[in-house]
Design a protein around this ligand. Sequence first.
Ligand code: RB5
Length: 148
Amino acid sequence: MKIAIGSDHAGFRAKEFLKAALIASGYQVEDMGTKSEDSVDYTDFAIAVSERVTKGLAERGVILCGTGIGSCIAANKVHGVRAALVHDGFTAEMSRRHNDANVLCLGARVLAEDRIRDLTKLWLETPFDGGRHERRLGKIASYEKTQC
Ligand code: RB5
């Protein structure tokens, strides 16, 4: 599976850790930046990662900022993105099973690096349940197409 990954300065160290862990686990990882701890805007990296997913150039996206909140807000403005802010195993699993989330947002100032790695792997490995959830996601997609 090809993953696009990105962060702002607050998520930079965690991104580097996670990137190495995902590559070691056999994932193909495309790093959209940032490339240092110099201050940047999370917006740019969240949108860059999200666009890789919606253009079909990555199957999933993972974004890290301080809280994950700003990245999640920005990512969800990109048409076709279903970004989930995840803090624990339950939200990681349910964001895949019920929401078919295609972008994962994590707070590098909230979670330890090993937790970030474990939650990301759980999120990547959990399938979408489909069924009644398809209808609900269809309503979101329809609203996005006609009203946004
Ligand atoms: C950067 O200081 C911080 O605001 C950012 O990483 C993120 O937490 C925003 O939601």
